[in-house]
Design a protein around this ligand. Sequence first.
Ligand code: NAP
Length: 316
Amino acid sequence: MSKSFTYDVAIVGGGPAGYSAALYAARASLRPVVIEQGMPGGQIATSDEIDNYPGIPNISGAEIGTKMQEHAEAAGSKTVYAMVTGIERTEDGTFKIKTGQDEIEVPALIAAMGATPRPGGFEGEDAFRGRGISYCATCDGMFYRNKHVFVIGGGNTACEEAIYLSRIAEKVTMVVRRDEFRAPRGMVQRVEKQDNIDVMFETSIVKVAGGPMPTEITFRNNATGDLTTETFEPGTFGIFVAVGYIPSVDLVRDLVETAPDGGIVTDELMATKTPGLYAAGDIRHTVLRQVITAAADGAIAATNAYHYLEESELLD
Ligand code: NAP
């Protein structure tokens, strides 16, 4: 090996995929670094309850995120807190990661940047973002104590948000665009148990208006196409958008292939089309986005990054 590196593998993103990759890389005697721009845990850091990670019946997202970081660091992984502004592949096949502070060059990279909430796509969404329109119940739910909240979406996230908000708000109305939920039956039953949650099926919010706070919502009945506008006193309601996620692929877009859902296409080794570049967790094109699947992806990516480095004689 001609070049000398401080780290063998960089992992961008400190969620379950990132710290699982870091743990497995460290245990394989690699020198991993996780580059994280916020608090460890990624998206789960804002989840108040994780109850489907085997062996851990109930834990908060922030706690499991911190535990994952501690576990990886106890095994020898490092964390650099910085925002990555660019990733470049050099002619000799290494990766230059630019951060606000400096540049880190590594022979292997694991992209574990996760995903960000998908916008609802209705008129007025951008104008009222943060002023009546939110994307995270755990973050903003407290502003709606004893008020009326609308949750857009019919998947697992929307149901979880609705259940969480039902303990704070006076009333929760789920706005589901089809005539059925996407969430599995068990989750729907949990929604149905809450007396203060009702559901508007086959309905979309097409417009939110008012000023400076929103005072009007226009609903479309998706069966008939009819539009109805409801008016509210300012500050009496909120809208939580929970319609899925968009994988955060921008930093590596030129180095990977993406699927129609926006996720990075990998093989079963988590390898992308670029040698030495792996993807793990919610950033990947996958059928299930869970803590357990992200953690599993991270383990597979790190193990195969190790084999790649060894076979390419890129280890010190
Ligand atoms: P999702 O499963 O993709 O569901 C998105 C929901 O939003 C669907 O009901 C979808 O309707 C609706 N939707 C999409 N675009 C919309 C729009 N523009 N306007 C109105 N509605 C729209 O997303 P998710 O609930 O965020 O879950 C993402 C992944 O994480 C899934 O794999 C999920 O199982 C997993 N997850 C699991 C848990 C858990 O197990 N505890 C918790 C959270 C998330 P259609 O059905 O008509 O497409």
